[in-house]
Design a protein around this ligand. Structure first.
Ligand SMILES: Cc1cc2nc3c(=O)[nH]c(=O)nc-3n(C[C@H](O)[C@H](O)[C@H](O)COP(=O)(O)OP(=O)(O)OC[C@H]3O[C@@H](n4cnc5c(N)ncnc54)[C@H](O)[C@@H]3O)c2cc1C
Length: 394
């Protein structure tokens, strides 16, 4: 005789992970989740379908919520710990990776570059308004012929008197065409340096990249620099060499370690709810062993990914997190998130391919997340180098 169904346990409650968070971390998470569900989730499928987001309005909403540069100290930033920032990324990416991308690029790439490497004047000028979402920032490192290997960049900055003159093209730049300021990395006689390029500077344009099948609720653009003349104080004084941009990327990758799990969690919640409601062969889809095997495997991976993210967050808060550890987190959590999204899609059958449900949207978005901030192959090579002492990049 079959027993009657008991109350279902949420996949993340299986491992009682919430008990590892502080009250403050749980509160921040609840605030971001409630705001994301109220203000973003109802619109996101429409933005994705149109391939358009009201970026300026979104930035103000996110600034009001306090998530832009939230882990930075001073200059209007909230100064939370890294775990709280990770949890906020998770809640935003549970809605859409594009929204988390806006926040990551603004806070962990553009704002962090200025906060870490900028002059006092640059910080005072840009950071408070960026934290409030009044100014949007972007981060231009990738070029058409230099992605995984940013050392191959061609964009250059040459001295002309005390000015700098920049030439080159950046590609795949999140927030590019809506940004008020672009952090542009360029080759100089003195190695790679970062420059703050305000929108509207003569010779600078940012055409949007269209026809994307992934991250459609996010602005992606090219940055074109044709004899862009900047004053001497446009350069970030504290960053010299590729370690400048690579350090910023490490910050953003940390957010992805948590964020990707938000997309996975949302897929799993959808799949469980769908499987419980859907009748196939006269029984609930959730009651079949094959379905339960899928749900169990996915929940195990989600829980393990969450424990890994939390561990890395605690290391970051203790000032001990290494780039190799961030690579472990990014590689594992994005790889598992995309596998979960695809598996959930199967549970939803034909309904899974529509925008009525979030699963294929998340799966498609995670294709970009797998590629940006270091591809999965590049993170494997980083870990391989740590394990063997041999670098296999080139
Ligand atoms: C939606 C989106 C938003 C983005 N936003 C930004 C942004 O805001 N700012 C920014 O600067 N960039 C951004 N990027 C760019 C992103 O960081 C790059 O796409 C990424 O670094 C990979 O570079 P690539 O696309 O040129 O691929 P490539 O570097 O050409 O790689 C192609 C393939 O080769 C593999 N590969 C590379 N090196 C090796 C190796 N040594 N051994 C074996 N395989 C290797 C890669 O893993 C990949 O599978 C964005 C990308 C996307 C899709």
């Amino acid at each position: 005789m079959k027993s009657s169904p008991s109350t279902p346990t949420h996949p993340l409650a299986l491992l009682a992970i919430d008990g590892l968070l502080t009250d403050e971390e749980r509160e921040i998470r609840a605030t971001v989740r409630a705001a994301a569900d109220r203000e973003l989730r109802p619109h996101v499928a429409g933005w994705f379908e149109k391939g358009e987001v009201p970026a300026r309005e979104l930035a103000r909403t996110l600034g009001g919520l306090g998530v832009l540069g939230m882990h930075l100290e001073g200059y209007g930033c909230a100064g939370t710990n890294a775990v709280a920032y990770g949890l906020a990324c998770m809640e935003l990416e549970a809605v859409d990776s594009g929204l988390r991308s806006l926040v990551s690029v603004q806070g962990s790439l553009a704002m962090y570059a200025i906060w870490k490497h900028g002059s006092e004047e640059q910080k005072r000028h840009w950071l408070p308004k960026m934290a409030a979402g009044e100014y949007i920032g972007c981060f231009g490192l990738t070029e058409p012929d230099a992605g995984s290997d940013p050392g191959a960049m061609r964009t250059n900055a040459k001295r002309d008197g005390s000015d700098w003159v920049l030439n080159g093209t950046k590609m795949w730049i999140t927030n590019g065409s809506v940004a008020d300021v672009a952090v542009v990395w360029a080759r100089t006689e003195d190695g790679v340096r970062g420059f703050l390029v305000p929108a509207g500077t003569p010779g600078f344009s940012a055409p949007e990249i269209k026809m994307k099948l992934s991250l459609r609720a996010s602005v992606t653009a090219e940055l074109v620099l044709e004899n862009v003349r900047l004053p001497a104080d446009a350069m970030l004084p504290g960053a010299r060499g590729l370690s400048g941009p690579l350090g910023c990327l490490n910050e953003a990758r940390f957010g992805i370690v948590f964020g990707a799990l938000g997309a996975a969690r949302d897929c799993l919640e959808s799949a469980i709810s769908y499987a419980r409601d859907r009748t196939v062969f006269a029984r609930s889809l959730a009651s079949y062993q094959l379905t339960q095997q899928k749900l169990a495997d996915m929940s195990v991976e989600l829980g393990k990914g969450m424990l890994l993210a939390l561990h890395l967050g605690r290391l970051k808060d203790a000032g001990e997190l290494t780039p190799e550890q961030v690579s472990v987190g990014k590689l594992n959590n994005v790889r598992e998130a995309i596998a979960i999204a695809r598996e959930c899609r199967t549970i939803l059958g034909a309904n899974g391919i529509t925008l009525e449900y979030p699963v294929l949207r998340h799966a498609n978005n995670l294709e970009s997340v797998l590629t940006y901030e270091g591809t999965s192959e590049v993170h494997s090579l980083v870990i391989g180098k740590a394990l063997t002492g041999e670098q296999a990049f080139r």
